[in-house]
Design a protein. Structure first.
Length: 364
């Protein structure tokens, strides 16, 4: 496991969050938490006057909120107000990519090793381009309030990770193990033995070192469920269900929130799939294929129930980039933004994956 991966996961709040950064529900919760923090820190604030605004570019498609979302807070006259939208007059305006702002919002200070928190923040900050307008106010009381507020919101904020990355798989592990060990499902898995695996080649350099495949696997043995990152280790034997294919065309389909798709989205996805998943004549192989190497066949219904919400829940926690945003040598069918996946006004310039990998390390 990459040390940077460990620091990013270790720096974040427990769980997997539930609210999308700067979305309407998130701002409503932020208003409540900010008012609580303001009451706790009021004696330290004095007559402080300050306002700030955060603008998150390229929010997830399922929010249907355009190419950016924003929120702001204003401290004045002994009170605080929190609202959605851009505040042009704010003393400080911070703009960045939604996925990176989401992940920074997940980092928690209380109860975490300060060195790990600092390492994670430094790595994450390198992933987005930033625009800062104005300046922060140096005020110890305000700083304490905002850190307390940040930690409270970290627990409920959804992260957004690169598809099939170790951090993304950590979210899958949380979802599946939580369901598998719950009172509702635990007993039904007691007789299940099954191995599921997904593996993808041609992974972009920002997501994985050259010639390394990404994926994840799930092994269930008599009720004991284990989730791993990467290709299925050979010592675990052949999988009972395997999806193997090209990372690049599969990504848009792999991160759709199906429950939020309109009829037009479904038609758009069908058209994309027909074009992108055509037989690869150059490599004489399907772009993606599903099989049962062990011969055991379909997943047992007891395990299928554990998997039921996985796709949509992971899709909500997946970032919005395409490999073609940072490379021009891809198939036309794979390089255009599909309507079901992201809007035409998606702004490609906010992420820095043309320069660094997902841990902020140079790729050149």
């Amino acid at each position: 496991m990459n040390l940077k991966h460990r620091s990013i996961i270790a720096s974040m709040a427990d769980g997997i969050g539930e609210l999308s950064f700067a979305g309407n529900e998130w701002v409503a919760r932020a208003k409540t938490e900010m008012e609580i923090c303001h009451g706790l820190h009021k004696a330290d604030l004095g007559d402080v006057t300050f306002s700030f605004c955060e603008v998150a570019h390229n929010p997830p498609r399922y929010l249907d909120s355009g190419n950016k979302v924003s929120w702001h807070a204003t401290f004045a006259n002994g009170s605080v107000t929190v609202a959605s939208g851009l505040l042009d007059s704010a003393d400080l305006i911070i703009e960045g990519d939604h996925s990176i702002l989401s992940n920074l919002a997940r980092v928690q200070h209380a109860g975490r090793d300060p060195d790990i928190v600092s390492e994670a923040q430094t790595a994450l900050q390198k992933l987005s381009r930033w625009k800062l307008t104005g300046a922060a106010l140096e005020h110890s009381g305000l700083r304490g309030l905002l850190q307390s507020f940040h930690d409270r919101m970290a627990e409920v904020t959804l992260p957004r990770f690169v598809w099939m990355s170790p951090e993304w798989v950590a979210m899958a592990r949380h979802i599946l193990t939580t369901r598998a060990t719950s009172e509702k499902y635990r007993e039904s898995l007691s007789e299940v033995d099954y191995t599921f695996a997904e593996e993808f080649h041609s992974v972009p350099r920002y997501a994985s070192p050259p010639d390394e495949n990404l994926g994840f696997w799930v092994k269930v043995s008599r009720g004991n469920l284990i989730v791993g990152s990467g290709p299925l280790p050979a010592e675990l034997g052949e999988p009972d269900q395997l999806t193997y294919g090209d990372y690049r065309p599969t990504l848009p389909v792999g991160r759709t929130v199906n429950a939020a798709m309109s009829e037009n989205d479904q038609q758009s996805q069908a058209g994309y799939s027909k074009s992108a998943f055509q037989y690869d004549k150059n490599n004489e192989s399907p772009v993606i294929q599903q099989s049962s190497p062990s011969g055991k066949g379909p997943m047992p219904k007891e395990l299928s129930r554990i998997f039921a919400p996985l796709h949509d829940e992971l899709s909500k926690r997946t970032s919005g980039e395409l490999p073609s945003d940072f490379s021009s040598d891809l198939s036309t069918a794979w390089s255009q933004s599909a309507e079901f996946d992201r809007k035409e006004d998606y702004s490609k310039g906010w992420l820095r994956y043309d320069k660094v990998n997902l841990y902020g390390e140079p790729t050149s």
